[in-house]
Ligand binder design. Structure first.
Ligand code: C5P
Length: 222
């Protein structure tokens, strides 16, 4: 798509869940399917961008025309993101696990005989905040997602400030089957205000978001 709205741009996108190992055969995960992030990657490629997609474990095919880097844990995702910089636009759509198991067992844990071993958790790095708060090499425009089940917009506003990103795509994942589903209702939250979109297929959210972000980037001084 030479001459597309994102021609000549490098767009970095995270998508999917992360898997945080408990032992070699068990992990902690979440219900993210990767559908929204992968659709954004495809839409950005269709708009002419060079796209790097850093994907957690999903059952989706790699989008055509996109360089896809496969990772499992949050720490691997951060390393892959940093290796993919610089970028003109970074979109953090992955549902990164907030915590990992502090001391993942090197061998499969056995229940026989032993006392139950409680899992102790430690916080994962915040990939979005780490990249958005870089002093050198920060992407020109940084977008986060906020999946919430209540107070969606208030939390998104707080998140925008705390993480240091330029825009938060807030969505309500309470009840309606957004996670794993094919439709999404999103609110675009920036320091200037909130723009609410109708419920749309995730592909349509993706193409509208890419068009919106291409305009934002074009409007910024180079
Ligand atoms: O704080 P919360 O997890 O709700 O923030 C969601 C946003 O932050 C998403 O854009 C997600 O991709 C990003 N995030 C991240 N690394 C984490 C946690 C969240 O990049 N460890």
């Amino acid at each position: 798509a030479a001459g597309g709205a994102l021609a000549g741009r490098h767009v970095l996108i995270t998508s999917g869940p992360t898997h945080e190992p408990i032992d070699p055969v068990r992990y902690i995960a979440n219900r993210s399917s990767g559908k929204q992030g992968h659709a954004i990657a495809a839409a950005a490629a269709a708009a002419g961008a060079r796209v790097t997609l850093v994907s957690g474990p999903v059952s989706l095919p790699d989008p055509a025309g996109v360089e896809t880097v496969h990772v499992e844990s949050a720490r691997e995702m951060l390393a892959a993101v940093e290796a993919a910089l610089p970028a003109d636009l970074a979109i953090f759509a992955a549902a990164v696990a907030d915590w990992r198991v502090a001391d993942a067992a090197p061998e499969k844990m056995k229940k026989d005989g032993g006392a139950l071993r409680p899992l102790s958790l430690v916080e994962n790095p915040d990939i979005l905040a780490t990249v958005a708060q870089r002093t050198g090499g920060r992407p020109g425009f940084v977008v986060g997602f906020a999946a919430e089940t209540q107070n969606v917009i208030d939390y998104a506003r707080a998140k925008l400030a705390r993480k240091g990103c330029d825009l938060i795509v807030a969505n309500d994942v309470g009840g309606t089957g957004v996670m794993g589903g094919d439709a999404n209702t999103v609110h675009l939250v920036t320091p200037d205000g909130v723009e609410t979109w109708p419920t749309l297929p995730k592909e349509e959210v993706a193409s509208r978001l890419v068009a919106h972000l291409a305009r934002q980037i074009a409007g910024k001084a180079e």
